[in-house]
Write a protein that binds this ligand. Structure first.
Ligand SMILES: [Zn+2]
Length: 489
């Protein structure tokens, strides 16, 4: 519900009915954060099969070409969700799931007339502070939202907003609109006009699509307003407090990586006797963009209003409906921490090393001394070393534009980019011999051994890597770290 680009429109060709599907049993949890079986490929395999089987496009149009287009969009949505499930984009970690699903259940039970069946909830592992309506009876809530939200009421607002999109059938309307427009005489005519032209066909073609997207964004704004209004009704029926200021806060999420660190970057390593040379953090002047850039480390509400002007309007439109003296229920810190760890692991597994390490350092700033975070720093260093040997270090760093990050984030990004390979190897070795390993369970220590093997085998021979990965999968069957090992088997 990140207001400017509510995902239901971004994913456009998808959405509508979803047959209510039985929830999967909780799988046994290993000693880690969650089990490998909690990932969607396993946890939602039955739901995926059901939707592929029962999700049949209804015949709405007599006009053959329109019906054909509609079916194309319909099927693309099914493929989209099935692929996301197969790619393990969703996770059914029991504690997190139970917490969010309780909010969803409370909204559903108090709004029986509008919500006849309990919607299927998916927890998306994305770090984006967002949720989205998939249509019909499915909604997805990102782990990033659970990390960012301060209260149960805030999460409830986002869920209620997404439920409202489903109740108002916005996703389905989007599909129908597209099917109708792209098979309309008006569209065909404008396309023909473009093709008749000798010159500048491309820019004329772009205008045809632009006209459509402007029209859509106008619709989109109405949809957002309607979803907000209905969301407030759903909340009131459930006795969940509403404060319009949530819109402003939820919309200032671009600043996630603008939060500065408490200490100079080198201090985080110096505590392990690892020295960072100043030259690794100083960006070697390549290109103009690195110079004369003023970082601002804080994001105020004012900034957020500037970047998302819609947000002010939506706040103004709903301010009167705010509950006076609202009491907020904080999101329990174990839930937030779990969501954050799920994000950190996912960022690591997707090789977004800077974002991953930055989140870990922010946890250290909060005073966390949990060995798991040191374990993850080790994994990032090993991962970076591995990427360097594969000659794709740059990709693994995951460069973020300066507008979205703090000076410290930029320094970290530069460090990961410029630190010489020999030093990186030395950092890895030091981290392998630190004391914290004793506090970690067997599967984490198994991952350490696997990474050591990956980084000592000949980069041209996959055989040893594959054997080590298969061995890990067999020995630590069910461990969440199997996800990493499975890339190499
Ligand atoms: Zn929306």
């Amino acid at each position: 519900m990140n207001l400017p680009d509510c995902i239901y429109l971004r994913l456009v060709p998808f959405f509508l009915f979803f047959y209510s599907l039985p929830a999967n049993d909780a799988s046994a949890q290993q000693n880690g954060l969650y089990s490998y079986n909690d990932l969607s490929q396993t946890a939602y395999s039955r739901q995926k099969d059901s939707l592929e089987k029962f999700w049949v496009c209804p015949a709405l149009y007599n006009e053959k070409s329109t019906q054909k287009k509609y079916k194309e969009l319909w099927d693309a949505r099914t493929v989209y969700i099935a692929t996301a499930i197969d790619n393990n984009n969703y996770i059914k970690e029991q504690e997190l799931y139970t917490y969010v699903n309780e909010i969803l259940t409370s909204l559903t039970n108090s709004n029986k007339k509008l919500l006849k069946q309990q919607p299927l909830l998916l927890i998306d592992r994305s770090s984006a502070v967002n949720a989205y309506a998939i249509g019909g009876n499915i909604i997805a809530v990102n782990a990033g939202l659970i990390c960012f939200a301060e209260s149960r009421e805030e999460i409830a607002l986002v869920i209620a907003h997404e439920l409202s999109h489903n109740i108002l059938q916005h996703p389905d309307k989007s599909m129908r609109e597209q099917a109708e427009y792209f098979t309309s005489p008006e569209y065909k005519q404008s396309l023909n006009d473009v093709l008749k032209e000798k010159y500048e066909r491309y820019s004329r073609l772009k205008k045809v699509f632009q006209g459509y997207s402007i029209d859509r964004s106008r619709h989109h704004r109405y949809h957002e307003g309607d979803a907000d209004s209905l969301a407030i009704v759903l909340l009131k029926n459930s006795g969940i407090g509403f404060d319009a200021r949530f819109f402003l806060r939820l919309d200032s999420t671009d600043g996630q990586y603008k939060q500065p660190l408490r200490h100079p970057l080198k201090d985080y390593f110096a505590s392990h006797d690892l020295q960072i040379a100043e030259s690794w953090i100083q960006k070697k002047a390549k290109g103009l963009s690195t110079r004369n850039y003023n970082f601002r480390d804080t994001v105020s509400m004012d900034d957020s209003l500037k970047t998302h002007p819609d947000c002010a309007a939506r706040y103004a439109a709903t301010a009167k409906a705010s509950d006076a003296g609202i009491k907020l229920t904080p999101v329990p810190s174990p839930i937030k921490e779990k969501a954050n760890r799920i994000l950190i692991w996912n960022l690591f597994d997707n090789m977004s090393f800077t974002a991953c390490l930055y989140r870990i350092l922010l946890e250290k700033d909060k005073g966390s001394t949990d060995a798991w975070y040191d374990f993850m720093i080790h994994n990032i260093l090993q991962g970076l070393y591995f990427a360097d040997r594969q000659l794709n270090r740059f990709r693994a760093i995951g460069i973020v534009p300066k507008e979205y990050i703090s000076k410290d984030y930029y320094a970290l990004q530069t460090l990961l980019e410029q630190m010489p390979r020999d030093n990186l190897e030395q950092f890895c070795a030091t981290f392998r011999s630190l004391q914290f390993w004793q506090k970690l369970p067997a599967d984490a220590n198994g991952l350490k051994a696997l990474m050591a093997t990956l980084n000592t085998t000949d980069t041209n021979s996959d055989k040893a890597a594959s054997a080590a990965a298969k061995n890990f999968l067999k020995t630590y069957n069910g461990s969440m770290y199997c996800e990493f090992a499975s890339h190499f088997k």
